[in-house]
Design a protein. Structure first.
Length: 266
């Protein structure tokens, strides 16, 4: 048996429900000894202690004159974003990344696996057995993550978001992301010769092995990229993997169609 912790958070969005675990699934979790850690708005002061990244901006990326010029040029002359994220809302969304990425600062470290689950999911009967099977097939990996359901690279993801924000003016995206910042972020990644843009992951469910605790710089770096670039963690995740010594077990299945979860869309 493995010692397993589930981590979930619902912060800064009072209308969104918390993670739901059906009674049948809860019985299975209790019988196995799975512990669930929930973070919400009551924990904001605790989480704020960890907002400042371990890495400085210069350690994450070199903001050259060209990058600065490129950002401001796109902001004023090309992207024409009509609505921008409010600073307060962006801060709440960044705080919500802390339990996902820096969980080891918040809960005991004596677990074999730490499973992050987005609060919009409902866990159904049989979910634990399904997850244990994934763990058994990837027990030599540091992280297990679902491949993206619809796109195959961060370039495709950015192009999709750009289309939705510019052509369709999707309010939820406009309220969360600065398009020009995302463009600069993707440009910076693609220009790195070490990085091959051929993967994209869903980050709504992440399975971390205890081995990741020996490679905390990966988690710290991922959080820092969300802090200094944008909070679109799907853009930074493949890049951090490619530039780190992290082994990833890819789950080639739609995260939304496992048969053991339900997802409540925005």
């Amino acid at each position: 048996m493995y010692k397993i912790a589930i981590i979930t958070a619902q912060i800064g969005a009072p209308n969104n429900p918390e993670l739901i675990i059906t009674s049948e699934c809860q019985k299975e979790l209790d019988a196995y000894g799975v512990v669930v850690y929930r973070f919400n708005d009551k924990d904001v002061n605790l989480l704020k202690k960890y907002m400042q990244p371990q890495f400085t901006k210069n350690e994450i990326y070199k903001e050259t004159f060209y990058l600065k010029f490129r950002y401001w040029f796109r902001l004023f002359f090309q992207d024409h974003q009509k609505r921008f994220p409010k600073r307060k809302n962006n801060k709440s969304r960044l705080i919500a990344k802390i339990p996902r990425m820096l969980f080891y600062k918040l809960i005991p470290e004596d677990y074999d696996y730490f499973i992050w689950i987005d609060s919009k999911f409902t866990l159904l009967e049989g979910w634990l057995s399904y997850i244990l099977d994934i763990i058994e097939r990837n027990n030599d990996k540091d992280i297990m993550s679902y491949s993206h359901s619809n796109r195959k690279s961060i370039t495709e993801e950015f192009d999709y978001m750009k289309y939705e924000m510019q052509k369709n003016e999707v309010k939820t995206l406009l309220a969360r992301y600065n398009l020009s910042k995302m463009d600069n972020q993707v440009y910076y990644y693609i220009k790195n010769n070490q990085f091959v843009d051929n993967s994209l992951f869903e980050t709504g469910v992440m399975i971390y092995s205890k081995n990741i605790l020996e490679k905390k710089e990966f988690l710290e770096s991922w959080y820092a990229h969300n802090y200094y670039f944008t909070i679109q963690d799907q853009l930074s995740f493949p890049y951090i993997i490619a530039t780190s010594k992290i082994s990833v077990g890819v789950i080639d299945q739609s995260i939304y169609n496992t048969g053991y979860t339900r997802y409540r869309y925005h």
